[in-house]
Design a protein around this ligand. Sequence first.
Ligand code: CLF
Ligand code: SF4
Length: 495
Amino acid sequence: MPAPEPGQAKNGRPRLVIPIASAGSSAACPSEGCHTSAATAPLTEHIWQKIKDHPCYSVEAHQHFARMHVAVAPACNIQCNYCNRKYDCSNESRPGVTSEKLTPEQAALKVLAVAAEIPQLSVVGIAGPGDALANPANTFRTFELLRKQIPDIKLCLSTNGLALPDHVDTIKHFNVDHVTITINMVDPDIGAHIYPWIFYQHRRHSGIDAARILHQRQMQGLEQLVAAGILVKVNSVLIPGINDRHLAEVNRVVKSKGAFLHNIMPLISDPAHGTHFGLSGQRGPSAQELQALQDQLEGGIQLMRHCRQCRADAVGMLGEDRSSEFTSEKLKTIAINYDPAARERYRAYVEQERADQRAAEQQQAQHHVASNLKTLVAVATKGGARINQHFGHAGEFQIYEVSASGARFVGHRKIDHYCAGGEEEEQAMPSILNALQGCTAVLVAKIGRCPQNELRAAGIEPIQDYAHQYIEASLLAWFQQYLERQTSDNGSRVA
Ligand code: CLF
Ligand code: SF4
């Protein structure tokens, strides 16, 4: 029997990574392909069951499962300098898009309609457009309706944490397994540059006083959630010049308190959004700055690198948004025929796919040779963990770091569609080449001759040989050929 892949237990599940320094603490890392120097232990069945279908908590699950947000939480109890209340909560969703506010009853109906159409739906989250726990009546009424209506759906919420300690028991009562807290600082001096005020215990607090209260409540809420056995993801907005150097400390603190996952999100700042940061010229980080920080934090708490900063009424797989198909107007005209069996069949299909995928990776891993070489490769995919998208139709590429020890997802890069309206848009190529910077190859289901030539001229190899095959097994197969070519090139140079 072939040896399991690095980062994968013998039972085929990803491994839990417990960094040696904190082994024995409750800090945990779900390690899908996590390449750290940490000691590894098998991901427990209990944790695996919680994350295996959650597209945000498992990078592997995001290839198969969809989430939706219901916008039932309009109010907020704090002010962030990157937020304009006209738009969604940018702690969990990108600013610049308004959502349709829903009552809990409208939300429950919408979930049924989406579940009937999208069998991949596994999670319903409340992520704004304000703060889920600044609107506890709406949030928990929605959960109550959903628990009755679709008991097997995962429930998720996102909060700034100010009201969190007051609601952990209720969150537990509704069997919510996943909570996100946005924690941008653990030092109130830094917090004072991010939060002008909070509203707490019937009055407004500002400056360092506000940041200190918020920090204390966030830490208290995090500890209570962990004690209650609820998985906590921490979102941090990366704000250059304000908390960029501080986020390593945030990472260390939330890990020590038992958070499960850390998601560093780039500040989106634009004067058009009317936010304090947007209007005062505060810039967001570049993709390189974000990646450099993520790389610096590798080896600590597991990082989420596949976040798409979705909106508060997002629907569908991460990276796609089908919310416009399910507006209140359209719901009036849709006959909802929800059949739970369809979602069950889909889950059974995914289990089979996962087994086949692991078998393909293990078979491929047998051919590997030792090498220190590693390289970045882009992949065009519509999901399903397969290379199944035409180059011209891709709106983003998934980026993998490939080496002799495996293929590791490191992020996604958005691009302009090469084909628009059925015609090849050569104007898009410069931005695509820019997005592919640093990549050695791009694996696609299909690609036309012109873009192939342009990619080759830029030193990027277009590959169609693995069309519709599993991503990671294909990357390993491609890498083996790449290594052989590199070795023979070096040999001929020496000769
Ligand atoms: Fe939504 Fe957030 Fe739950 Fe996911 S999103 S409440 S944990 S179900 Fe996911 Fe979207 Fe990123 Fe959020 S990709 S913005 S991390
Ligand atoms: Fe805006 Fe969300 Fe911050 Fe509230 S918590 S101010 S809604 S970004």
